[in-house]
Design a protein around this ligand. Structure first.
Ligand code: NDP
Ligand code: MG
Length: 384
């Protein structure tokens, strides 16, 4: 047991959860899984608890609690999720989707736990407070998002002043080569089929609209304290290069790897050391072609909002994120068209009165009112 790292995994039943468990399963002598959470999937949660002998278990949505059969006691509800994140451990992984991850992730760093964060919506909305708190508590916020893990690995320690700009790569999603005229007919089942990554439904739709990259621009500005005009996005369909740091002396450091979230998760959990994961080896000799080109903002107008939200004082990342969550949810429920996701977000950004959050609770409040505005817009204007 000695020298093992104690890990708490929030969102154990999702795609990030699955990659995290793969990493932990391969390295049982290195990690103890001391806590897990799920929201709906009681069946999978029970299996995980029994396989990894997890002592602390939370189901944040009480609805399905009856079918739980894990060997440890089950705690229920959002407040139990926050308590779970506060249990002293080496690293809390946040693989929760959406702003529901905000309070638990903030609770984790507030008690001095390091945080490996995939949950970008939380950083987009509450980034400033996370960075402040992490400095105050001397804890690490370790990026899991592959592009941000790439930048993190290419940045030399405390060397951000020598950086000219950074590049985030984007696979371009499933509709990269589809003519724009066909976009209005895109159905949820098409949008959730990502060509490169296997991910949850919400982030898959975000990748299809490229709102995912807009969120990642904001996430990068928070994590690396870098201005939006120093963040470039390039389309790279093979997604072998995940991110580049361009230094002022002309050196460019890039991070490469096959697209598999196990690697950025391993980086976050072991930094600055590395594990031997015995993965398929990447040989440039065998990769015949890597392509790169500029994004098409006509097809993917949501991408532009990533920069605009950081540059325009009348726009707010919290509002961008909340309205996008509502619009994606409505699209997945077949209530609005694919192309209306952008329209809903754009209109919400322009209607909502901006207020600057002073703390985490303010963010929750802005998020709540934004959702009401977007839902009302959908009802009045966009519902099919
Ligand atoms: P999934 O939808 O696959 O999983 C989401 C997880 O969160 C599940 O464990 C789910 O539980 C839980 N959950 C859902 N709703 C709530 C809620 N209201 N409160 C608490 N827990 C909840 O998502 P992904 O794993 O794909 O993504 C997770 C996060 O990681 C997102 O923020 C995404 O942007 C980010 N990310 C994901 C990547 C990927 O490869 N998947 C890559 C980079 C970033 P249950 O299943 O039991 O309902
Ligand atoms: Mg990413």
């Amino acid at each position: 047991m000695k020298n093992k790292k104690n890990i708490i995994l929030l969102g154990a039943t999702g795609s990030i959860g699955e990659s995290s468990l793969r990493l932990l399963r391969k390295n049982k002598e290195k990690f103890n899984l001391v806590g897990v959470s799920a929201h709906n999937n009681t069946e999978l949660l029970s299996k995980i608890v029994n396989e990894f002998d997890v002592p602390n278990v939370v189901l944040s949505n009480p609805k399905n609690a009856k079918s739980y059969y894990g060997k440890s006691e089950l705690n229920i509800g959002h407040s139990s999720l926050i308590e779970l994140a506060k249990i002293s451990c080496d690293i809390v992984i946040s693989g929760i989707i959406g702003l529901s991850g905000l309070h638990p992730a903030f609770a984790a760093i507030s008690v001095g736990n390091n945080l490996a964060i995939a949950n970008k919506e939380t950083l987009v909305s509450g980034g400033k407070f996370f960075v402040q708190k992490s400095h105050e508590k001397k804890v690490k916020i370790l990026p899991v998002d592959s592009e941000h893990s790439a930048i993190f690995q290419c940045l030399e320690k405390n060397n951000i002043c020598n950086v000219d700009f950074i590049t985030l790569t984007a696979s371009g999603g499933p509709f990269l080569n589809m003519p724009i005229e066909n976009f209005r007919n895109i159905k949820p089942e098409h949008a959730i089929k990502h060509p490169v990554w296997k991910m949850g439904q919400k982030i898959s739709v975000d990748s299809a609209t490229m709102f995912n990259k807009a969120l990642e621009i904001i996430e990068a500005s928070v994590l690396f304290n870098i201005k939006s005009d120093k963040i470039e996005v390039t389309i790279h369909p093979e997604h072998i290069i995940h991110g580049l740091v361009h230094y002022k002396d002309g050196s460019v450091l890039a991070n490469l790897g096959f697209p598999d979230m196990i690697t950025p998760l391993s980086v976050a959990l072991n930094w600055p050391t590395r594990l031997n994961l015995n993965l398929k080896k990447l040989s440039l000799n065998k990769i015949s072609n890597l392509s790169f080109f500029e994004p098409d903002f006509k097809k993917f107008p949501g991408l532009k909002l990533g920069w605009e939200v950081l540059q325009n004082p009348n726009y707010s990342p919290v509002i961008l994120n909340a309205s996008n969550e509502i619009a994606v949810d409505a699209f997945l429920k077949n209530k609005v068209k694919f192309t209306d996701i952008y329209n809903i977000v754009y209109e919400t950004l322009n209607v909502c009165k901006i207020s600057v959050p002073k703390n985490i609770d303010d963010i929750i409040e802005i998020d709540r009112t934004t959702r009401m505005v977007s839902l009302d817009l959908i009802k009045r204007k966009f519902q099919k």
